[in-house]
Design a protein around this ligand. Structure first.
Ligand SMILES: CC(C)(COP(=O)(O)OP(=O)(O)OC[C@H]1O[C@@H](n2cnc3c(N)ncnc32)[C@H](O)[C@@H]1OP(=O)(O)O)[C@@H](O)C(=O)NCCC(=O)NCCS
Length: 139
């Protein structure tokens, strides 16, 4: 395929080691290739990396999972916040269709803050998708 110099195509065969227990390609496999996360600081080899995940917000079938990544220099015990990212996960039933999730009610001030921020991101994502759809329809 002839592409202009600012474009690149990468094709990767999904081998059995990329699958999850349901036999589909694991989302993490795709994320490793897509590199969607904004990195705040580099992580050094030998550091201890911890992923702190929480469900910030629930919708009907979807939920926002926020993940804070911290790295610790084992010798000095200095801990740095190296990365934060937010995933939308959708629960699916045996039929593969979206299924309801138990509502998550924020309790602590931190949970309330994360919940409110997640609602803003949800509204922004919807607005962005509506704009993309309008652009596609106009093309
Ligand atoms: C996830 C999936 C089942 C959703 O199906 P869908 O037909 O888009 O479902 P709906 O339009 O009814 O949306 C269901 C929920 O997902 C949310 N959603 C759908 N697309 C979204 C997007 N691009 N971004 C964020 N949320 C999204 C909707 O807001 C809705 O949330 P709510 O129930 O809390 O209101 C479908 O997109 C799918 O099967 N995706 C592939 C999943 C997969 O292959 N996973 C393996 C890892 S690669």
């Amino acid at each position: 395929m002839d592409l202009p110099s600012h474009q690149l195509t990468m094709t990767v065969l999904m081998t059995p080691d990329t699958a999850d227990f349901s036999g589909k390609v694991h989302g993490g496999t795709i994320l490793k290739l897509l590199d969607q996360v904004m990195f705040r600081q580099p992580i050094q080899v030998g550091e201890l990396v911890t992923f702190l995940a929480s469900i910030n917000h629930t919708g009907t079938s979807s939920m926002e999972v926020g993940i804070k990544v911290v790295a610790e220099d084992i010798r000095s015990q200095a801990v740095r916040h190296v990365n934060s990212c937010f995933f939308t996960m959708v629960a699916v039933g045996d039929d593969g269709k979206p299924a309801p999730v138990p509502p998550r009610v924020p309790g602590t001030p931190d949970e309330k803050r994360r919940h409110a921020a997640a609602e803003i991101r949800r509204a922004m994502r919807r607005e962005m998708e509506a704009k993309f759809a309008a652009t596609r329809a106009a093309a």
